[in-house]
Design a binder for this molecule. Structure first.
Ligand SMILES: [Zn+2]
Length: 154
């Protein structure tokens, strides 16, 4: 079943000229189709919107060594960073859960927070409905790059 993804066009990064929360959520829903999750069977997709309007998608990528697996959010953000984008407007996250929104794990909250605490996170259900939160709301009283710089003063 996973082989099908090789026959489908990859959701490559591209500029979203007029974005909307619904459109970003839709991209995260589509990104689920590429999830590599033979162990959990729990598909997750993410789509991150950069400050310049580019969208990068990601999916969870599991591994036989379970702890080496990667979440969809970190996949999407890493794709963006590896192409020079480090400022973000929003990220949408979707799974197959129908009755509740998907919530990012603690590791991903910290990963997002590296790039600021005042940007939007759309937590979606499989039907595309969503809950909007900020990184700050998901990870209050966080530790970030500013804290490391504060240490360098002495
Ligand atoms: Zn995560």
């Amino acid at each position: 079943m996973h082989c099908l993804s090789f026959e489908t066009e990859s959701p490559v990064s591209r500029v979203m000229n007029s974005w909307s929360p619904q459109a970003l959520v839709q991209k995260s829903l589509e990104a689920r189709n590429f999830a590599y999750c033979p162990y959990s069977k729990f598909r997750v997709g993410a789509a991150v919107l950069t400050s310049t309007g580019s969208v990068f998608t990601g999916c969870n990528v599991e591994n036989a060594c379970y702890s080496a697996g990667l979440c969809a959010e970190r996949t999407a953000i890493s794709k963006a960073v590896s192409e020079g984008h480090t400022t973000f407007k929003a990220i949408a996250i979707a799974s197959d859960l129908e009755d509740r929104v998907i919530s990012p794990c603690g590791g991903c909250r910290q990963f997002m927070r590296e790039f600021g605490s005042q940007w939007d996170v759309y937590l979606a259900k499989s039907d595309g409905s969503y809950k909007l939160m900020t990184v700050e709301e998901l990870l209050p009283c966080s530790f970030g790059p500013e804290d490391l710089r504060a240490k360098q003063l002495d």
